[in-house]
Design a binder for this molecule. Structure first.
Ligand code: NAD
Length: 492
């Protein structure tokens, strides 16, 4: 039985104005398993209007304590339903339940972390040069913010945006990816159950045209986007035309650097986690493995052997280590990138094709793939693949590693594996990346800011700086002197 989902606008589950639906495919079976609304401009306008009404009449007058209480209630609901929600998300995007289950807990953690700020949005009293003047800053929400997410981790990516946006006092219109919208629509039912006022949280679904209509909607005061660099550029340009600020969380081609002196066991696990976790469909994938010559052969061999043993299978089976690629277009893109690398002469060590066999033939499975002796200047090392494809690159010196690591148009993350504290300090300081992991990789914390340098993005999520993406300031200056001023000179 294929479930037909509805939009969530103004506290109601509603069909799109056009009545149009679109299929959502289970990438493990390649079959349609749900239908989602294919919204249009009318639905987007209704969602934005509902959010504006809710902001003006309810949410901006709701105390921080009350906002926090609702957010904590929502956190409790998603935590309690982590199993059901992770099954939904894994069915929709093929990511293993081992990961989606922990991501549902992460959604709760993010909501709780930012709920803690909702009643602590202290302003500042500003000491001025001028006597007899009181100056203070108050933090204000923007109003209605548009949150647009990618398919690889729909609810986890949403939580990074939603939690600070609500804590700051904004109302939101969410647009998940057309490839994996079901968990976000189901999440709307939890928002409803938590008791949020109608219009504070709205979801519209559909493809690029829905995203465009949302970014262009006059009532949207800020946009936060997670997705590909190409679409990020388009959104920044559209937002620029309306002069509304954007947060962009985009792609990466992150270097994971293993030095001779590293704990090799830990480093090999870190290399595997970096590229084969989430089938490589993660913005922080450590897709360039830079290995110092002294341990190069050993690391390459161990990574390749373990990669060839990764247990592929049903994403819903807790034993599965790598699920499917999330959708057919992405599956084709990954296989094409592998073919290109082979044509360009890259040395294939393991994988390199569609994975087939019992339990795999119906799904979009790609073999864990390792290429060795890759040039850092090659397409394989420069272009984001967003799949389980690793480029292993040898280096000799620390300086060479730094130069190669930074020789990328991206700057999302970097990994450093070393026991030498001096080296760790030098190399981490040199990384042009928003997240540097030392002797760990793909590890997140609600408190720690995350975002990209260079073409990996604009702005930050998580941590206190993530909150301030959703707040603007008003400065108030009060002259309490009893003297008269010169009206023809500015007072400073
Ligand atoms: P995508 O850019 O194709 O789509 C992302 C979202 O934008 C979808 O909801 C889509 O419908 C919407 N969209 C598409 N065109 C639009 C337009 N012109 N205007 C407004 N909205 C539009 O990305 P994807 O394929 O879903 O995700 C993969 C990409 O996301 C990768 O590049 C990956 O690195 C990146 N990503 C980044 C992070 C991060 O935090 N930095 C996290 C996950 C994924």
């Amino acid at each position: 039985m294929i479930k037909k989902h509805l939009l969530y606008i103004n506290g109601q589950f509603v069909a799109p104005a056009s009545g149009q639906m679109m299929p959502s495919v289970n990438p493990y079976t390649s079959e349609v398993w749900a239908e989602i609304p294919d919204a249009g401009a009318t639905d987007v306008a209704a969602a934005v209007a509902a959010a504006q009404q809710a902001y003006e009449h309810t949410w901006r007058h709701t105390s921080g304590v009350a906002r926090a209480a609702l957010m904590n209630k929502l956190a409790g609901l998603i935590e309690a339903q982590a199993e059901r929600m992770s099954t939904i998300e894994s069915t929709d995007n093929g990511k293993i339940v081992r990961e989606t289950h922990s991501q549902m807990k992460w959604v709760g953690r993010q909501l709780r972390f930012f709920a803690g700020y909702a009643d602590k949005l202290y302003g500042q009293q500003v000491p001025l040069d001028q006597p007899d003047t009181l100056d203070y800053v108050v933090y204000e929400p923007y109003g209605v913010v548009a949150l647009i997410t990618a398919w690889n981790s729909p609810l986890s990516l949403l939580a990074n945006k939603l939690a600070p946006a609500l804590a700051a006092g904004n109302c939101v219109v969410v647009k998940p990816s057309e490839h994996a919208s079901v968990s976000t629509l189901e999440f709307a039912a939890l928002v409803e159950e938590a008791g949020f006022p109608p219009g504070v949280f709205n979801v519209v679904t559909g493809g690029a045209q829905v995203g465009r209509a949302l970014v262009d909607a006059p009532g949207v005061a800020r946009v936060s986007f997670t997705g590909s660099p190409g679409v990020g550029r388009e959104i920044a340009a559209a937002a620029g035309r309306r002069l509304v600020p954007v947060t962009l969380e985009l792609g990466g081609k992150s270097p994971n650097i293993i030095f001779d002196d590293a704990d090799i066991n830990k480093a090999v696990i870190g290399a595997l986690a970096g590229i084969f976790g989430a089938t490589g469909q993660t913005c922080v994938a450590g897709s360039r493995l830079l290995v110092q010559r002294g341990v190069y052969d050993e690391v390459l061999k161990r990574v390749a052997v373990r990669a060839s043993q990764i247990r592929l299978g049903n994403p819903l089976d807790p034993q599965t280590e790598m699920g499917t690629v999330a959708n057919e277009p992405q599956f084709r893109r990954i296989l094409a990138a592998i073919e290109n690398a082979k044509q360009a002469g890259a040395r294939l060590v393991t994988g390199g094709a569609r994975a087939t066999g019992p339990g795999l033939d119906g799904g979009y499975f790609v073999q864990p793939t390792v290429f060795a002796d890759v040039s850092n200047r090659s397409e394989l090392a420069q272009e984001e693949i967003f799949g389980p494809v690793l480029a292993v690159i040898p280096f000799d010196t620390e300086a060479e590693a730094i130069t190669m690591a930074n020789d990328s148009r991206y700057g999302l993350a970097a990994g450093i594996w070393s026991r030498d504290i001096g080296r760790v300090m030098r190399v981490s300081r040199a990384m042009l990346a928003g997240s540097v992991w030392v002797n760990t990789y793909r590890a997140l914390a609600a408190q720690a800011p995350f975002g990209g340098f260079k073409e990996s993005g604009i702005g930050r999520e998580r941590g206190e700086v993530g909150l301030h993406e959703y707040l603007t300031t008003r400065n108030v200056m009060i002259d309490f002197s009893d003297t008269e001023r010169d009206p023809f000179a500015i007072k400073n």
